[in-house]
Design a protein around this ligand. Structure first.
Ligand code: 6PG
Length: 245
């Protein structure tokens, strides 16, 4: 396993390990956030993503036990499909976490509710702003081989948006219509976990951790207070040399 902050912006950590070890570590991160929220008489607000990070990490959250009662779940992005559609990030989380754990859907806040994308974006922003001090406590993101996070792609016209939520009409990753949290909002979270698995993510991770990179993932890493990269050994195969080793 490798953990290092040596050659990077402060607040960035890289952890390389087997996926089951990483998912157990993520479970502990969620529990830390829950304990802090409880001590402040708050609820912990967690934003999750779709794709392989959900496949690998959400089942671990079934082991949250009583802590789960103090978690509110939001999404970093969602595909504009019915919540029952196999492509829905909500459906994925329901199958992998909410249903098996008996997690109350009253504490789950889906992004897409069938209205226009613009209206869904407005509604989600309003919901997030109900807690003005810190809209999210912990963010879980996957990483695309092109450097996208959530549904913020290198070609997105909304990377500079100062809204919290943006509609996406032409996503390069299908389906084309989506909703996404913005960099502006994501960067406000006190802790962001970005997880990537497999060799197809190695090159972009090497690029993202090189100074001057402008990819969405690099922009977020540069702006956020605390980022932990959870990588399996294949994804960590092309990290800049001093970062790991
Ligand atoms: C989505 C995701 C998206 C995903 C990355 C990585 O709904 O499409 O939220 O941002 O996390 O594309 O996906 P993989 O890990 O499956 O490659």
């Amino acid at each position: 396993m490798c953990q290092s902050r040596s050659n990077m912006k402060s607040g960035v950590s890289i952890i390389v390990d087997a996926i089951d070890v990483l998912s157990a570590m993520f479970l502990r991160e969620v529990d830390v956030v829950v304990q802090r929220a409880k001590s402040e008489n708050e609820r912990a607000r967690l934003a999750i993503s779709g794709g392989s990070v959900a496949d690998h990490f959400l089942p671990a959250l079934c082991r949250l036990g009583d802590s789960a009662e103090h978690v509110d779940v939001f999404w970093c992005d969602e595909r504009a499909v019915p919540l029952t559609d196999p492509q829905s990030n909500y459906r994925q989380a329901k199958e992998l976490w909410f249903d098996p754990a008996g997690f109350s859907l009253a504490r789950v806040f889906p992004m897409f509710h069938g209205a226009s994308l613009e209206q869904c974006a407005i509604d989600y922003e309003r919901l997030l702003r109900q807690r003005p001090s810190q809209p999210l406590d912990l963010v879980l993101l996957g990483l695309g081989p092109d450097g996208h996070i959530a549904s913020l792609f290198p070609t997105s016209s909304t990377l500079e948006s100062t809204r919290f939520v943006e509609p996406v009409y032409q996503s390069p990753k299908p389906p084309p219509e989506r909703l996404t949290l913005t960099l502006d909002l994501l960067a406000q979270a006190p802790h962001i976990v970005i997880a990537a698995f497999g060799a197809s993510k190695a090159a972009v991770l090497g690029e993202a951790l090189t100074e001057g990179c402008d990819l969405p993932v690099a922009r977020l890493i540069n702006r956020a207070a605390k980022v932990t990269l959870f990588l399996d050994p294949a994804a960590a195969g092309k990290l800049p040399a001093p970062a790991c080793g």
